[in-house]
Design a protein around this ligand. Structure first.
Ligand SMILES: Cc1cc2nc3c(=O)[nH]c(=O)nc-3n(C[C@H](O)[C@H](O)[C@H](O)COP(=O)(O)O)c2cc1C
Length: 402
């Protein structure tokens, strides 16, 4: 057996070398007034960069106005590039790399707040936006695909080292993959091969655009659901087949493995406490009343444990040869070493680095003592803060970060 990789040694992600194998996963920042970069957003990403992470991920840079989750979200357009360039410069100055998560929120998009039509595989009601998403036509799918390619080119112009294509959480590509949501009977519905066309098409459009601009400029990764955690949704078996197709298509440098549905089962993404009260407080009536009454059904509790997605992810590791990024409940050195020992190339961390942006440096300084443990209590109250300005309610970070 080969020796496991050192999580803190430099590593190649496609054409890019990261200073270590840790990645800050996308945690929606809510710091883009008018859909543009603010100093606050730059600081949000400078902190984990200064804190030692190999690469940070700018959450959810939508490929079009209607693809945003809400109306203040950033969408990729020439006007956004100067601000994004300041952000990538600030992260690079701290020695880290930076990825842009690009995607279309599909049925998760808040059409009311976006003031733009949402798209879904079928006409679909979004209870948060209180609007229907329109059934996407072939032309819509072509437009969204082209918009992903354009977004990747803008990411290159803005100095990003990678783009992460959002294929998870029942956003548009993932909604097409889901047999529960995708009830179409055309070339994009029915068989898995048909349902996977949008996801595969987006990836290859991005790959072609990036390669045309000069292969070797940036890495292309995707965040893919291993399961929706919903009966009738994307199963692990189908997700694995999709991952194999994505591997064979050759468009990706790595896959970040995720799970859950922002539409119907968000807690499956996170595990831990269900912040029902905090969620209800984030909305106005009647949505807040609805959340109080039905919150337990929408925000189901799953017991938290370290590396809670490892059991699923090991199935993918066993069947795939391409680089994989383990995500979900990685907070300390032992779990990082376990991920390396299980053959994953990178670890991605959301809440732990939101709570303590300097966690990586502290774990490195701790050496073999393994005595640094995360301050994240997986109370998940940070989830509700995405509707105002994202922060950790336990530590106050990123505002109070050292
Ligand atoms: C406050 C918050 C916001 C998030 N926003 C996003 C997002 O915009 N896009 C995304 O793909 N995942 C998002 N996530 C999910 C994380 O990237 C990650 O998948 C999840 O938190 C599990 O990893 P962890 O156990 O390391 O926190 C968010 C998570 C949190 C806590």
């Amino acid at each position: 057996m080969s020796t496991p990789a050192d999580v803190f040694a430099p590593a190649k992600l496609g054409p890019v070398t990261l200073r270590n194998r840790t990645i800050k996963s996308a945690t929606f920042e809510a710091r883009t007034p008018n859909g543009l970069v603010s100093d606050d957003l730059i600081e949000y990403h400078r902190l984990p960069a200064a804190g030692g992470v190999g690469m940070t991920t700018v959450a959810y840079c939508a490929v079009s106005p209607g693809g945003r989750t809400e109306g203040n979200g950033l969408w990729m357009r020439p006007e956004a590039v100067p601000g994004l360039r300041r952000l990538t410069d600030a992260v690079h100055a701290e020695g880290a790399a930076v990825s842009a998560q690009i995607g279309h929120a599909g049925p998760v998009a808040n059409a009311k707040s976006n003031k733009a039509t949402a798209l879904a595989p079928v006409r679909f009601f979004n209870p948060i936006g209180m609007r229907f998403a329109r059934k996407a036509t072939r032309d819509d799918i072509d437009d969204v695909t082209a918009a992903h390619a354009d977004a990747a080119l803008l990411a290159i112009d803005a100095g990003f080292d990678a783009v992460e294509i959002h294929l998870g959480h029942n956003y548009l590509a993932s909604a097409f993959l889901s047999p529960l949501i995708n009830r179409r009977d055309d070339e994009f519905g029915g068989s898995l091969e048909n349902r996977a066309k949008v996801a595969r098409g987006l990836v290859m459009a991005v790959r072609r655009a990036v390669d045309m601009r000069g292969a070797g400029r940036i890495a292309v990764t995707a965040k893919l659901n291993m399961t929706d955690g919903v009966r009738g949704g994307i199963s692990t078996e189908e997700a694995l087949t999709t991952a194999k197709w994505l591997q064979d298509d050759g468009g990706l440098d790595a896959i970040e493995l995720t799970a859950g549905s922002s539409l119907v089962n968000p807690m499956y993404l996170f595990h831990g406490d269900a912040p029902i009260k905090q969620f209800a407080a984030a909305f106005k009536p009647p949505l807040s009343w609805g959340m109080r009454m039905t919150g337990k059904k929408f925000l189901r509790e799953y017991p938290y444990r370290e590396a809670y997605l490892l059991r699923h992810a090991k199935l993918f590791r066993a069947e795939l040869t391409m680089p994989l990024i383990l995500l979900g409940g990685i907070t300390n050195r032992e779990t990082m070493d376990l991920a390396m020992a299980e053959g994953f190339q990178f670890v991605a961390m959301g809440r732990a680095l939101l709570a303590e942006p300097d966690l990586i440096n502290r774990i490195v300084a701790d050496g073999d003592r393994h005595s640094v443990h995360s301050a994240c209590t997986h109370c998940n109250q940070c989830m509700a803060t995405i509707y105002s300005r994202t922060y950790c309610v336990v530590t106050g970070a990123p505002d109070s970060a050292r």
